[in-house]
Structures are given as structure tokens and as C-alpha cells.
Design a protein around this ligand. Structure first.
Ligand code: HEM
Length: 429
């Protein structure tokens, strides 16, 4: 994984052993499957066939009531509480806040600089966006403390769960308790606010969760709010920061795509008065830029794949998957299948001109079925707003080479160091 040999490794296995093969991963018997039918089988499987299962480290760090650990009715109930705030109708009103976060970030970290490292900066930006929009946590000591906690927690999620002092995992567990303490204070504050003004619409995800479910079968517990807040912070900022970073890398390597994105974004920038913010309507016109993002996700999916567990003996494609075995799905084999995406190595955003031309379960950057990423619209908005300000205000060229590793998210060499020049043509505010 680390040296980015994962795609080649999967391809070699499939060539040698065929579409279904068994192996041992993390000490567990595992079946590797791929392709649209496999994706459909994994994503649409119900809790009587496949269960979602994360590693022990992930479960201990995020808590056992987070969505990834839940199945059946429990999963449905918690997901139903989470989703309303992440729907386009709710997110529409937050474009202005997102716009403000991006401009503040650029003022602090890009303007006046000659070189920047894109990936760490994008992690900082997407974390701040989540804190403001989803958790209503203002800038300051509390937010800075949370960022530090989450950095340790994310490192620990991919480590071996050894609870000895000074291990990455132990540091992650200590950070997790500190993050939980901060989030508990935030929940108490939001609860008090709701108590004082029970008729107002929820302004962030925690308030929305606290206000959800008046019926007993809809209610979500405080523990579930905590564990899912931690999940959203991790799932939300790590993935989007990788996507934005790889778009920046791609735009440096593909001049024709860069010109087309710039033209689309300049049209919008020219229609604005100095300092005027982007609106939801502006985002709906950024069609080409979003196609570039989709194509970036096809070639460099932030999530390489994932795991499920067979709840009972299951027959798949003529093979028996025994109860308790891990099922490993990978996106790259489907995304690089030339019968679905002709000339798969060619970067071609026009593939998505007609969304219906991509058959179901073939583009799985956001997963599929009942566990499809509930943050996909949130990711779309933050990506488009960020790319708008980056291309209209800066030009860049890469300082580092084109290589990247996976740990397990794709991570460009030297965090993608780029040399930047500030554009003079568009008025900045
Ligand atoms: C480019 C950005 C993103 C990518 C590529 C991405 C990708 C994915 C994928 C592939 C899954 C399904 C995993 C599986 O079925 O095993 C998933 C699930 C999830 N994502 Fe995202 N995600 C992104 C952004 C976000 C954001 C911004 C949020 C929150 C605001 C979020 C929250 C979640 C949650 C909570 C789940 C678990 C859903 C469930 O189990 O029901 N993601 N994501």
C-alpha cells in the first residue's frame, strides 16, 4: 500500500486467480471481489447477508455506536437522523459560510507565499469547514485542540491496537477521550441553546441531531451523537482534502483541462462585484469543474475500497463465501475497466456529460446502496468553492515529482508542494 503498488497488486491477483480470489488480510480469511456485480452484491447486501465491519482500532477510536459499526434498523435510524442536515436543501443555505472559510484560509495560508504544501493545507481547510458548518465550533483554542486530537486519532486508526505507553494507538486513544470531552461540552451548550429557543431551525449538525426523533423508534442517544460526530469529522475532512489536492495536481499536469476549468470559473468571477460571495446558483453552473472532480475520483479514488463480513455462508458467482470471512471490495478495478470507461488511463471529464451513460455500480467513488456516502453533496460544495477561488486567484506549478503513496489514502510526494503566483486579473477581497 505505502509505495502505491496497491492497484498493480490487485490487478496482478485478478489476472492470476480470476474475479473471485481468497487471501489472508490482517490475519483474517478474506475474499477479494470486483466489478459492477460485486459492487452491487456488497453495497446492496442487507444485514442478513453482509455486515459492515471496521478494524478493531477504528471501532475503539470512533466508538462502537458510529454508523460504520451499526447495521439493520439501528443503522437506518441513526442514518435517518444524520441525513436531513446533509441534503442539498439544507446545505444550500451554507454556501456563504463555506465561501467565507475558503477566503479566510487563502488569506492566511496562500496570499503572499511563494510555495505551499497543498495536502496539509487542504486538511486544515476541510477540518475548519466541518467545525464551522457541521459543529458550529468557532475558531479558537477549542477548535485548535480538536484539530490536534483528530490528527492523533486518524494516525491511530491505521495502527495496530497495542495499548502500551507511547504507541501511536495509545496516543490516539488519549486524544479520543480529550475530543469526546470537548464534544460533550459542545453538545451541552447546543442543548441549552435549543432549550431557550426551541422553535428555531437547527444551525449545525449537532443541533439537528439533538432535535431529531420525537418518536421512540427515531430517537438517537447522546452516545450515538458523540460517536457519529467523530465519524463525520474523520470521514468528512480526510477524503475531501485528498480529492481537492489531486484536482490541484491534475490541473498542473493537464493544461487543456486547466484552461477549461479556468474559463468556467472566470465567467462566474466576472459576474460578481468585488467581495461578493458565491451562491448556490453559481455552483449549479460549475458543471465542467464537477466533471473534472468526478474523473479525478475515478482515477484516484480517495477510498481504495473497503470491507464487509459474511454474516452466514453466502453463494456469490458460483463460489461459497463461508460465514465470518471478510469480503474486500476495491474501486480501482471497476474504475479502470475499459468496457465501462473506454481508454481508462486517459483523463476525460466528458465521460460524465450524460450522467446516465455511466451504468449503476460502475462509478463507486462515493460507494453505493444504503451506505452510500451521505456527505457527497457536502463534498461537492466544498470542492467547487475551493477550486473556484484557487483557479481564479492563483496559478501554480509543481515542485515535487508526480509520485504518490497510499497510507491508506493517496498522498502525493511531499504533500504536493507547488510554487504559486497570485493572479492580478481578478479583484480579490
Ligand atoms: C470526496 C469526499 C468523500 C469521499 C470520496 C467519500 C467516500 C465514501 C465512501 C466510498 C463511503 C462508503 C464506504 C463503504 O460502503 O464501505 C462513505 C461513507 C461515509 N461517508 Fe463519505 N466520502 C467523502 C466525503 C464525506 C463527507 C464530507 C462526509 C460528512 C460530511 C462523509 C461522511 C460519510 C459517512 C458518515 C459514511 C458512512 C455511511 C454509512 O455507513 O451509512 N463523507 N464515504
Amino acid at each position: 500500500m505505502k509505495a502505491n503498488t496497491a492497484d498493480a497488486w490487485v490487478q496482478a491477483r485478478v489476472q492470476k486467480y480470476g474475479p473471485v480470489s481468497k487471501l489472508s488480510l490482517f490475519g483474517n480469511p478474506t475474499v477479494l471481489i470486483h466489478g459492477p456485480a460485486a459492487n452491487k452484491f456488497v453495497f446492496s447486501g442487507d444485514s442478513s447477508t453482509v455486515a459492515n465491519q471496521q478494524t478493531k482500532s477504528v471501532k475503539m477510536i470512533l466508538g462502537d455506536r458510529n454508523l460504520l459499526e451499526l447495521s439493520g434498523e439501528d443503522h437506518k435510524r441513526v442514518r435517518n437522523a444524520l441525513v436531513p442536515f446533509l441534503k442539498p436543501e439544507s446545505l444550500k443555505q451554507y454556501v456563504e459560510k463555506m465561501d467565507w472559510e475558503v477566503r479566510e484560509h487563502l488569506k492566511t495560508h496562500w496570499i503572499g507565499k511563494q510555495k505551499v504544501q497543498v495536502l496539509p493545507l487542504m486538511k486544515n481547510l476541510t477540518f475548519n469547514i466541518i467545525c464551522t458548518l457541521l459543529f458550529g465550533i468557532e475558531r479558537g483554542i477549542r477548535r485548535d485542540d480538536l484539530i490536534k486530537c483528530f490528527q492523533h486519532m486518524i494516525r491511530g486508526m491505521w495502527s495496530i491496537p497495542v495499548k502500551l505507553p507511547f504507541t501511536t494507538f495509545s496516543r490516539a486513544i488519549r486524544a479520543r477521550w480529550k475530543a469526546e470531552k470537548i464534544l460533550k461540552e459542545v453538545i451541552e451548550e447546543k442543548r441549552a441553546e435549543i432549550g431557550q429557543n426551541s422553535n428555531s431551525n437547527p444551525r449545525d449538525l449537532i443541533s439537528s441531531l439533538l432535535s431529531s426523533g420525537s418518536r421512540e423508534d427515531e430517537a438517537i442517544t447522546e452516545e450515538e451523537i458523540l460517536h457519529n460526530s467523530m465519524l463525520v469529522m474523520v470521514a468528512g475532512h480526510d477524503t475531501s482534502s485528498v480529492l481537492i489536492t489531486f484536482i490541484v495536481r491534475l490541473l498542473a499536469n493537464e493544461p487543456a483541462v486547466y484552461s477549461a476549468v479556468l474559463q468556467e470559473q472566470e465567467e462566474i468571477a466576472k459576474s460578481k462585484a468585488p467581495g461578493e460571495v458565491l451562491t448556490w446558483e453559481d455552483l449549479t453552473t460549475m458543471k465542467y469543474t464537477w466533471r473534472v472532480a468526478l474523473e479525478t475520483m475515478r482515477v484516484f479514488p480517495p477510498l481504495f475500497g473497503g470491507f464487509r463480513t459474511a454474516v452466514r455462508d453466502i453463494e456469490y458467482d458460483g463460489y461459497l463465501i463461508p460465514k465470518g470471512w471478510q469480503i474486500f471490495w476495491v474501486s480501482s478495478m471497476t474504475h479502470m475497466d475499459e468496457s465501462i470507461f473506454p481508454e481508462p488511463s486517459k483523463f476525460n471529464p466528458d465521460r460524465y456529460e450524460n450522467q446516465l451513460s455511466v451504468p449503476p455500480y460502475c462509478f463507486v467513488g462515493f460507494g453505493g446502496g444504503p451506505r452510500i456516502c451521505p456527505g457527497n453533496e457536502f463534498a461537492r460544495i466544498e470542492t467547487l468553492v475551493t477550486i473556484h477561488y484557487l483557479v481564479t486567484r492563483f496559478s501554480w506549478k509543481m515542485c515535487s515529482d508526480n509520485s504518490f503513496s497510499r497510507n491508506p489514502m493517496p498522498s502525493p510526494s511531499q504533500g504536493l508542494e507547488v510554487q504559486i503566483t497570485q493572479n492580478k486579473t481578478i479583484v480579490t477581497a
